[in-house]
Design a protein around this ligand. Structure first.
Ligand code: ADP
Ligand code: MG
Length: 713
């Protein structure tokens, strides 16, 4: 008899040929793999459809009714058996092309049957072809002698699991039904002992969860909805809980083993900046986050912190003050941005903020060349430069520091794991602290998973005096009115963005759209009264920069652009954002774009232009934008609409590939799992007490499984 780790080939009903397809098609090598091949849905065989309510072709239905008619029609290949089944609500035609003779003999008109099959539409009428037929009622005299009772067959109907299968598997008889049979065989041969419990008993009883063995047998063959729910809940918890436990362990271990540079004092640069230069009062959230960072930097542990803050929440000054702490303690700092435009803006901004404090700030990117580059590199190596701001060129091997103590990375989701590793190598004395900033708020559930091993700070407050941006949905019909509105705003001295979609797949057409939009605008807003900038990804960096700068300086009133202006760009005087083909943008992208306005004291507007007809999902995106300015709400909606795998920056992350859990829906289970994991590790970081033996063992056994670890590293 096979055990869980035996080759799937030796399970009764498999054999070498089927085993081969199971391996190739589903990656099922062992009995264990098969056991964890969960159904993706169930056919509820406890419920019966009423014939009147059947309207959908392709739907699988189960009907209970009396067979009213049965006759053979046609000749040769058209020969078929046709029957009618009637319930209280109507009549449904049944058709068989095979086994006609046998069926005609075994089915009886007048008897009640349970009919199961897929609905077809033929000549405008519904029928079921090749339904499964089962006699429904066996008349057994009830004990009190009254009326018929249901046969055992009907009483024990359950949920039939449906398994993911493929064409090749179906050819080998392993369709959903064939797989169901294999799982039945496997489960009948296994016992609870082979699938040990992984959770401590106290957790099971405290959170009313069923045992592991029971959950796994029930996820395959539940008797009813309650059993299915209990099994699902338990297994989802297990999945999320162990991931959290691992992530939190990684975090704890990293903190305990990697030493970070200690910034013991708050010095003159920081204090003088705070007292003399800071042009505004920090918001409560900014103060809190700076304190959290300060705590990390003084602790002797290596900082790996993510700051999430909506667009305009004031992350730049947090970055700067963090860098000043490093400089005060004799270290150098970098600030990296994903685009040249943004990096230059940071450079201009920060140079101005620090003014005559004596902080030496440099700029470096791929476009800084020749003597200029050499001078910067030399100053970095000698320690003369305190802060260097730039693009990812900063982590190239040819950039050497004297004593790099911290790297601030703006807009994290464009920097990868390898780049982070490169950064670590920048200082032989130890890894620089890392502060990652992102204006793409992640839904909480996603953050807990993707950044589960980082410390996360949230700037959840905007600087005072900001007027919420008014967002309006407009269609093609309103184009003239939109232009009129742009004119009014420009007359008040404001500036306007007009953004076009640009994606790789449709690049040529998108570029054409952008250019014809630009030409149309140039006609409607003619020089010399109006000046228009244009920026897109196909332009040379120098031209882009030139156009951008004209807009930043207020020399042009309209900026026609693609999403290259999405990240970070700060032009407080711009108060109108017009987004063309807004239905083609994702929610978080729309929100990012909108964040380009509303940065000054003026009332700002975001106009979403779409075609008249919209898909229901696009409509929901547009409506969400019109209803809220809250990035976190928008992120949650985005997650719900698109699913976790499609949220920006997560596509490559195998971390979100769960067997059962769904981050868009299972937030509650995840939150509980993380809390419980945190509590356990606080009390028992090494999982040393006997009660936690199961946890330790399970982590160790999963640790051997490379697939699990590849999700995290
Ligand atoms: P983001 O978080 O999007 O990077 P920025 O750092 O660019 O935001 O800040 C947006 C604007 O808000 C800037 O003009 C900045 O000077 C201003 N700002 C930041 N913090 C405050 C504050 N506490 N009070 C007033 N204005 C602030
Ligand atoms: Mg920013």
């Amino acid at each position: 008899m096979p055990n869980l780790d035996s080759n799937i080939e030796y399970l009764k009903g498999v054999g070498p040929q089927r085993a081969d397809v199971l391996k190739k098609e589903l990656g099922i090598f062992t009995c264990r793999d098969l056991l964890f091949h969960f159904p993706f849905r169930y056919i509820d065989r406890t419920k019966f459809h009423r014939i009147r309510d059947i309207h959908t072709e392709g739907e699988q239905v189960q009907i209970r009714g009396i067979l009213r008619r049965l006759e053979t029609l046609g000749e040769g290949r058209a020969r078929r058996l046709v029957g009618s089944i009637r319930d209280e609500t109507g009549m449904m035609e049944l058709v068989w092309f095979q086994a006609v003779q046998w069926l005609e003999k075994s089915l009886q008109v007048g008897k009640e049957y349970i009919v199961f099959g897929r609905v077809n539409e033929f000549n405008g009428r519904f029928n079921i072809t090749h339904p499964e037929m089962e006699e429904a009622v066996v008349v057994v005299p009830a004990e009190n002698g009254q009326g018929p009772v249901l046969s055992a067959q009907v009483a024990s109907r359950t949920f039939d699991p449906v398994y993911p299968s493929t064409d090749k598997l179906t050819q080998k008889g392993l369709d959903a039904k064939g797989l169901r049979k294999l799982l039945r065989t496997l489960l009948d041969q296994l016992s609870a002992a082979e699938l040990p419990e992984t959770l401590p008993d106290y957790l099971l009883s405290q959170y009313k969860m069923i045992g592991r063995w029971s959950a796994i047998s029930k996820i395959h063959f539940p008797e009813n909805q309650q059993e299915l729910d209990a099994a699902t809940r338990r297994l989802k918890f297990e999945e999320l809980f162990f991931l959290q436990l691992r992530l939190l362990q990684i975090r704890t271990r990293r903190k305990d083993t990697i030493r970070g540079f200690v910034y013991s004092k708050i010095g003159e640069y920081f204090n003088r900046f705070f007292q003399e230069k800071l042009p505004f009062e920090l918001t409560g959230a900014q103060k809190r986050v700076i304190k959290e960072i300060r705590g990390d930097l003084a602790s002797g542990k290596h900082m790996n912190r993510l700051v999430q803050g909506d667009v305009g929440s004031g992350k730049t000054v947090v970055a700067l003050m963090t860098m000043l702490m490093a400089i005060d303690n004799g270290f150098q700092a970098t600030l990296m941005a994903p685009t040249e435009i943004l990096a230059q803006q940071h450079f201009a901004n920060i140079t101005e903020l620090v003014g005559e404090l004596g902080v030496q700030v440099g700029y470096l990117s791929g476009t800084v060349k020749g003597k200029k580059r050499e001078a910067i590199l030399q100053q970095l190596a000698s320690g003369e430069l305190h802060i260097v701001i730039g693009t990812h060129a900063l982590i190239e091997d040819w950039v050497q520091f004297k004593n790099l103590g911290i790297s601030v990375i703006d807009e994290q989701h464009r920097f990868g794991v390898q780049q982070r590793a490169k950064l670590w190598a920048k200082n032989p004395a130890g890894p620089p602290h890392v502060l990652v900033m992102t204006a793409t708020p992640s839904p909480r559930t996603l953050a807990m998973t993707l950044y589960g091993d980082l410390d996360v700070s949230v700037i959840d407050e905007l600087p005072p005096g900001r007027k919420p941006i008014t967002t309006l949905h407009k269609t093609e019909h309103h184009r003239l009115r939109v232009q009129g509105f742009m004119r009014e705003e420009i007359a008040k001295g404001r500036q306007v963005y007009v953004v076009y979609p640009m994606i790789e797949e449709t690049e040529t057409m998108d570029l054409q759209n952008l250019m014809s939009g630009f030409e149309a605008l140039s006609r409607d807003f003619p020089i010399p009264e109006y000046q228009i900038s244009i920026v897109h990804g196909k332009m040379k960096a120098a031209d882009k920069d030139f156009e951008m700068q004209r807009f930043v300086r207020g020399e042009t009133q309209i900026m026609v652009a693609t999403t290259v202006i999405e990240v970070g760009v700060n032009v407080p005087n711009a108060s109108v954002m017009v987004i063309e083909n807004a239905e083609r943008f994702g929610l978080s992208q729309l929100h990012q774009l909108r964040g380009r306005v509303g940065r000054g004291a003026e009332q700002s507007f975001c106009l979403l232009l779409t075609s008249f007809k919209l898909s229901s999902e696009a409509r929901e995106r547009i409506q969400t934008m019109c209803q809220t300015n809250d990035g976190f709400i928008i992120a949650e909606t985005d997650l719900r609409l698109r699913g976790p795998g499609n949220i920006e920056g997560t596509q490559q992350s195998g971390m979100l590939r769960f067997m059962l859990a769904d981050l868009a829906r299972d937030g509650q289970i995840l939150t509980a799992a993380r809390e419980i994991a945190t509590q356990i590790l606080e009390k028992d970081p090494a999982l040393a007490i006997p009660e936690h033996g199961r946890l330790k063992q399970h982590l160790a056994s999963e640790g051997k499984d490379a697939r699990v670890w590849s999700r995290i590293s």
